[in-house]
Design a protein around this ligand. Structure first.
Ligand code: CMX
Length: 437
């Protein structure tokens, strides 16, 4: 396949850069660590490398050097759509090159070949209680597929080689990104559509096929494409990307690694925030807006009630960003174009006007601006995907693209097992008195 060959050339051409940095400049300092960072979640410590995306605190994410609007503009589009196919984006994330139409179609054909999920995966998910969280179902589905891992087979056969192991990681990565939307659609139909499953349409690209498989029409196709691309990657330190990288660094195969990443994504401070946002907003509507229109005063009160009860405002704040998340802005622009009069969108827009001020007055968060999760659920809700505990699964389908592209490169460049050093509290106390280590 041409993509794999392109990737091979790129990885081989790139390797000497990493080798040279370690060999010749390995002792050059690029950061120092404070006690606050050590206790406070390693915030901002530069200790991970990725060339797939970079997150600037002011500007937001760039995929392979391009902003979100630039990314959407430069890639081949789905037929009759303003949005690129997810397949085109995958090629771009992996290689950094803008695919031609032919490159994109090759990925499309390749994913069709790979997307048949073994029936035992569905059987495994079906045995779970129907009220299991869909993220638990997704994670179990990915773990169940581990027996198919080509990387694990290679390792078990004693054929692991540092130079070529990335090839089977790539194979697993492609299988996972091709199959995960099919598993997600299965979970959706199992949980919310009385197990009425819809077969794959082999003529559709990934986003359109996902729309088809959850019983959605044409209008939702771009929602799926946009959603999966926007949620794909956010450099390497976030919980899902970092967990996937960490677990794979032990040479656990991509199935184990991504199931672990999904388990991290399921946390309310990370991917589950999109579910929490909808929950918060709908409860607000039910409590305050039965007989009246929402007002800024009512929203202000509800936000303070949340803060005063010790909870966070979901969808606001970020560990790295210090401005409105461009992934929020991109989805907001979609709403302004396609659903400007949706009452929930209007309410979310009003929250956007009020929440940053409330959070600033509250005085704790370093970033009072909205993140990706503040806007995403509204779009799903508008198109009839109202089961908000499913929203993190959608995030997980998109995040697979970034995590899988990253671990393919991790193996290509032979990154080491991750193993930071821990210290004791007594050591920190001693160094605190001495003013340093
Ligand atoms: N509402 C209330 N308080 C908030 C807050 C929010 N939205 N965001 C941050 N804070 C608080 C923190 O809880 C922390 O309080 P303590 O000092 O009492 O522990 C303080 O402000 C400082 O936090 P910070 O340095 O600004 O933010 P962190 O890097 O620690 O955390 C994040 C980042 C995203 C976990 C946090 O902003 C948050 O909890 N936001 C709400 C949940 C959310 O939307 N998560 C999704 C993020 C995007 C994603 O990964 O999907």
């Amino acid at each position: 396949m041409a993509l794999k060959e392109t990737l091979r050339q790129k990885i081989e051409a790139f390797r000497p850069r990493t080798t040279k940095l370690v060999k010749e400049y390995g002792k050059v300092k690029i950061d120092e660590v404070t006690i606050e960072q050590c206790i406070g979640g390693a915030r901002d410590i530069r200790s991970l490398v990725t060339d797939i995306s970079y997150l600037d605190p002011q500007e937001g994410i760039r995929f392979r050097g391009k902003t979100i609007p630039e990314t959407f503009a430069c890639l081949p589009k789905a037929a009759g759509s303003d949005y690129p196919t997810v397949e085109a984006f995958w090629y771009f994330l992996l290689t950094g090159d803008i695919p031609t139409q032919a490159d994109m179609e090759e990925v499309l054909t390749e994913w069709k070949r790979r997307q048949n999920v073994p029936s035992y995966v569905f059987d495994t998910i079906r045995t779970l209680p129907r009220d299991s969280h869909p993220m638990a179902m997704l994670s179990i589905g990915i773990t169940a597929m581990q027996r198919d891992s080509k990387f694990a087979s290679l390792y078990n056969a004693g054929k692991f080689s540092k130079l070529t192991a990335w090839e089977t990681v790539y194979e697993d990565a492609c299988d996972i990104v091709a199959r995960i939307p099919v598993i997600a659609a299965f979970i959706y139909n199992l949980k919310y559509r009385e197990d009425r499953q819809i077969a794959i349409d082999p003529n559709l690209d990934m986003g359109a096929n996902f729309a088809h498989m959850i019983g959605q029409g044409k209008a939702y196709q771009d929602v799926a494409r946009m959603y999966f691309i926007l949620h794909s990657d956010h450099e390497s330190g976030n919980v899902s990307a970092h967990t996937t990288h960490l677990v794979h660094s032990a040479l656990s195969d991509p199935y184990y690694a991504y199931a672990a990443g999904l388990n991290g994504l399921a946390g309310p401070l990370h991917g589950r925030a999109n579910q929490e946002v909808l929950d918060w907003t709908i409860k607000f509507q039910e409590k305050y807006c039965k007989d009246q229109e929402p007002t800024k005063e009512l929203i202000t009160k509800a936000l303070w009630d949340t803060l005063n009860s010790g909870q966070v405002i979901p969808g606001y704040g970020h560990a790295v960003l210090r401005k409105t998340d461009p992934r929020y802005t991109s989805q907001r622009e979609f709403c302004q174009k396609h659903l400007p009069n949706d009452p929930l969108f209007k309410l979310v827009s009003m929250i956007f006007e009020v929440a940053p001020g409330v959070l600033t007055e509250h005085g704790k968060t370093k970033n009072p601006w909205p993140n990706v999760d503040a806007q995403s659920g509204v779009i799903q809700w508008h198109y009839g995907v109202k089961e908000w505990d499913f929203y993190t699964v959608l995030f997980g389908v998109g995040r697979a693209l970034g995590c899988m592209a990253n671990i393919t490169w991790d193996r290509g460049l032979g990154y080491a097992i991750e193993r930071p050093k821990s210290v004791t509290t007594a050591m920190l106390e001693e160094w605190a008195v001495k003013g340093g280590r």
